[in-house]
Ligand binder design. Structure first.
Ligand code: PEP
Ligand code: MG
Length: 840
């Protein structure tokens, strides 16, 4: 057989024939598997990647020998067989071998109409796909006699190509094979498949199969069948059947449901054949270990299986199918874990707008990325980032989005655009991020006035609250009722299996009680980063915060800070209660103070009024605190050391909350994390200070407690000096957002402006703020981890930047010996599954 294929350039698909996915493609291999299952597959021949490549270069093999495999004057189909079906390939060409002689023979056997129809279809497809003749020349309206249409089509062919329509089946087949081979090598086809992940040298195989015309007097027809719903994964018998009758084109024949109780179904009409079809599909499910869609014909009452492909499926169905196959013992659990792409979970886990609740729909558009989201309207990416920094949910409303909006989209809970379709920038990016999105909506944005006009003519402005339903493609007025994500049996089962094997911890970044509750819901093993500053942007606190910033001297500052203490304490008590004894890692205050001040004149005047101070003094202070690059100045531990009262207050709030929460629930061991460290001495100073607060609180209350002090590694220097820093720390948590920013010398707030161009030109393989730069930033992580562990073997190592929820970055962190990753609550399940896949 091997020799056959070497010499002849093709291989008969038999039980024992050298056919592999990597040499002949998935379709050829699958057909061989069907044959091995004794399913009635028509005679099939596979042409290898290598031969198809040579065909594209102009070489031809012995087509006559290939035709002989099929016996006397067969009609043939040719279909593509790439390594991965998602990479596509040229469309199938059917009825090769039709010519004048076959037309007469078929007319005598099955009637003139059928023979004319088959011939016309073939002349059309051949002319358009093989000879690249304009399709319009072969369009005939329904009133034209089919025989006349065949003659007209052949004339059109002659006029366009200067040659008669080829009558020799060998010539037809040779040309079909060569044109399909060339189509695969074309630039557009190559770019399209590369976009789907195909390597540059991906090969194409071709499958030649005897047509099963199904034209006899007995039961004849064709159909498709699958045993799950592609959208939900629910079991059932889904498919349709078209009965062939001499008078009606099979394509135009009415299709009947395959299975149903009604008398119009195939099941009712042909119970025996129906059973055979279902059994064949079940056999495929068991033996090919997946849900398959079968393409079949019934030829004079006999079943033929022409092809089988994996059932195309939604993420939700994919998960259910994987779990069901494992529950049925068809695949092992670890394989089910590997079959579900970790990222696909984000799509399943978004809250949905309650379809039964009152829906004040104010705009309709295209459902571009699923899930519901509610927030304040913002029109610019910078406004979105400002809202996020304040911990406020916002919906980015744009005419359309451009690459520079990516960061704004990241900062928003939902995106609504006036223009665009399912593959527009907004739609593609939002889906990738798992952010609900509606595009092409019936709204009008007036950028100058800063308003958006809705369907009913109402105008909304920045700050107004809007809900978007990315599943239905709607925008709703105000805050709509949401339903929690569909965490059904299959999801929960898969996640249980994943948790039982993974060896990397997963915590959540959670700043508010709502985040913490969500983190628990997603089974995070604790909070890995609580950004405390978000607590100061809320309500009265912002005013007290501003009073603290404007305080004259230490006493005034202490007085303002003392007013923040009870608020912080209650924040922490709530967090500890929600987390019920799970670790909670609280980061001390991090941002530069100017972020708490208004940025425009109107805001400054309002602040002057609120503080009862002259406007000039307010403006002077704002100017004094403003930094050119607000991320590399007086923030993090630098602020903590310059104004020690802030950290003292926070430490006290944490300890008092610890004592309070431990009274009613499980003992709390808080973790306190120092941000933006670059020197050992910073840690020593803060540690001494915090130990002092702990001693004072123990003294005052008579209660005992323990706590763990850790350091955020966010500067390259901290990574390099991790050995000495680790001597004072129970854990190191790598803040890869800042570490990436500082390693590249690239402001995380300004990177969006050119990131797209950089990635497109291959300067960076990907945006390093989304996927960890394993070479540069990654090396710092490895150095920091190794040096830290060397000087302190029991040191806990974690990552809490955005990368903590990215599957590739998670793989890197596990390999570098990290104990856990921490990411936003929605990405916790993604991280849990991605971590399990590393050991499955
Ligand atoms: C980081 O820098 O990676 C981090 C987690 O902190 P933030 O994003 O708050 O700066
Ligand atoms: Mg940081």
């Amino acid at each position: 057989m091997q020799q056959d294929s070497d010499i002849l350039g093709f291989t008969r698909v038999r039980r024992v024939a050298p056919i592999g996915i990597a040499t002949h493609g998935g379709r050829a291999k699958c057909l061989q598997r069907l044959i091995r299952l004794d399913l009635p597959v028509p005679e099939t021949v596979a042409i290898s990647f290598d031969m198809v490549h040579r065909l594209a270069e102009g070489e031809l093999f012995d087509i006559a020998a290939l035709l002989r495999v099929f016996g006397e004057r067969p009609l043939l189909s040719v279909r593509p067989s790439s390594e991965d079906p998602d990479w596509g390939g040229p469309g199938a060409i059917l009825n090769i071998g039709m010519n004048d002689q076959r037309q007469s023979e078929l007319a005598a056997k099955y009637g003139q109409h059928t023979a004319d129809r088959l011939y016309l279809e073939f002349v059309q497809t051949y002319s358009v796909n093989v000879e690249r003749v304009d399709a319009e020349l072969f369009e005939f309206d329904g009133s034209v006699d089919l025989g006349d249409a065949v003659r007209a089509a052949k004339v059109a062919y002659l006029e366009e190509t200067g040659e008669d329509f080829p009558q020799d089946p060998a010539v037809q087949l040779g040309q079909v094979l060569r044109s399909m081979a060339r189509a695969w090598e074309g630039t557009t086809a190559r770019l399209l498949r590369q976009a789907k992940g195909a390597p540059a040298d991906a090969g194409l195989g071709l499958v030649v199969q005897a047509m099963s015309l199904a034209l006899g007097d007995g039961e004849c027809g064709h159909g498709v069948v699958q045993l799950v719903d592609g959208e939900t994964g629910a079991p059932g018998t889904y498919g349709t059947y078209k009965r062939h009758t001499p008078a009606i084109d099979p394509h135009n024949a009415p299709s009947m449901p395959l299975a149903s109780e009604s008398e119009k179904s195939f099941q009712y009409d042909q119970p025996e054949l129906f059973r055979a079809i279902v059994e064949a599909t079940q056999l495929c499910r068991h033996r090919l270990r997946d849900e398959m869609e079968l393409k079949f014909t019934i030829d004079n009452g006999e079943l033929r299986v022409l092809d089988a492909i994996r059932v195309p499926r939604s993420s939700r169905a994919g998960l259910r199918v994987a779990v069901q196959l494992a529950e049925d013992g068809i695949i092992p659990r670890h394989e089910a874990i590997l079959r579900v792409p970790a990222r696909s979970l984000t799509e399943l886990l978004h809250p949905r707008v309650d379809p039964l609740a009152r829906r004040a729909v104010v705009a309709h558009g295209i459902a571009a990325s699923p899930g519901g989201a509610c927030g304040r309207i913002v029109f610019t990416s910078s406004a979105a980032q400002a809202h996020e920094a304040r911990g406020e949910a916002c919906i980015l409303v744009r005419r359309e989005t451009a690459p520079e909006d990516i960061r704004g989209m990241h900062s928003s809970v939902g995106v609504l655009t006036e223009r665009g379709g399912v593959t527009s920038h907004a739609a593609v990016i939002a889906r990738g991020m798992g952010v609900p999105c509606v595009v092409g909506a019936s709204i009008r944005i007036n950028t100058r006035a800063g308003t958006v006009t809705l369907e009913d003519g109402r105008e909304l402005k920045e700050g107004d609250i809007l809900t978007i339903d990315g599943t239905a493609g709607e925008a709703l007025m105000g805050e709509a009722k949401m339903l929690p994500p569909a965490k059904d049996h299959w999801y929960l089962t898969l996640m249980d299996w994943a948790d039982s094997i993974r060896d990397l911890g997963v915590r959540a970044n959670a700043d508010t009680p709502t985040d913490a509750a969500m983190a628990r819901d997603f089974k995070a093993e604790g909070i890995g980063l609580c950004r405390t500053e978000h607590m100061f942007f809320e309500g009265d606190r912002l005013t007290v915060m501003r009073e603290m910033i404007f305080a004259d001297g230490n006493n005034d500052r202490r007085e303002a800070i003392a007013r923040l203490l009870p608020m912080q304490r209650s924040d922490f008590i709530e967090l500890f209660r929600i987390m019920e004894g799970l670790p909670v890692c609280i980061r001390l205050f991090d941002p530069p103070l100017h972020e708490f001040l208004p940025s425009d004149r109107r805001g400054a005047r309002e602040l002057a009024d609120a503080l009862d101070r002259p406007l000039s003094e307010v403006t002077r202070r704002i100017e004094w605190l403003s930094e050119f690059n607000p991320m590399l100045g007086m923030r993090g531990v630098r602020l903590g050391i310059t104004f020690p009262e802030i950290y003292e207050m926070q430490a006290r709030a944490i300890f008092e909350a610890t004592i309070e929460a431990s009274k009613s629930g499980r003992a709390v061991v808080p973790e306190i994390m120092i941000p933006l460290v670059s020197a050992k001495r910073e840690v020593e100073l803060v540690k001494t200070q915090i130990d002092g607060v702990a001693a004072a609180v123990r003294n005052e209350t008579g209660a005992d407690f323990t706590y763990r002090l850790g350091v955020m590694v966010e500067t390259p220097r901290a990574a390099l000096r991790a050995d000495e820093i680790a001597q004072h720390a129970a854990f190191l948590s790598f803040g890869t957002n800042d570490l990436t920013q500082m390693t590249y010398g690239l402001s995380r707030d300004d990177a969006g402006r050119f990131m797209n161009a950089y990635v497109q030109q291959g300067v960076f393989p990907e945006d390093p703020f989304h996927t960890l730069d394993t070479e540069g930033v990654g090396e710092l992580l490895e150095i920091g981890a190794a040096r830290g562990r060397k000087s302190s073997p029991n040191l806990t190592l974690a990552v809490c930047g955005e990368h903590g929820g990215n599957p590739e970055s998670i793989a890197f962190c596990r390999a570098a010996g990290f104990d856990y990753v921490s990411c936003s609550p929605f990405r916790v399940p993604v991280a849990r599954l991605a971590a399990a896949q590393l050991v499955a």
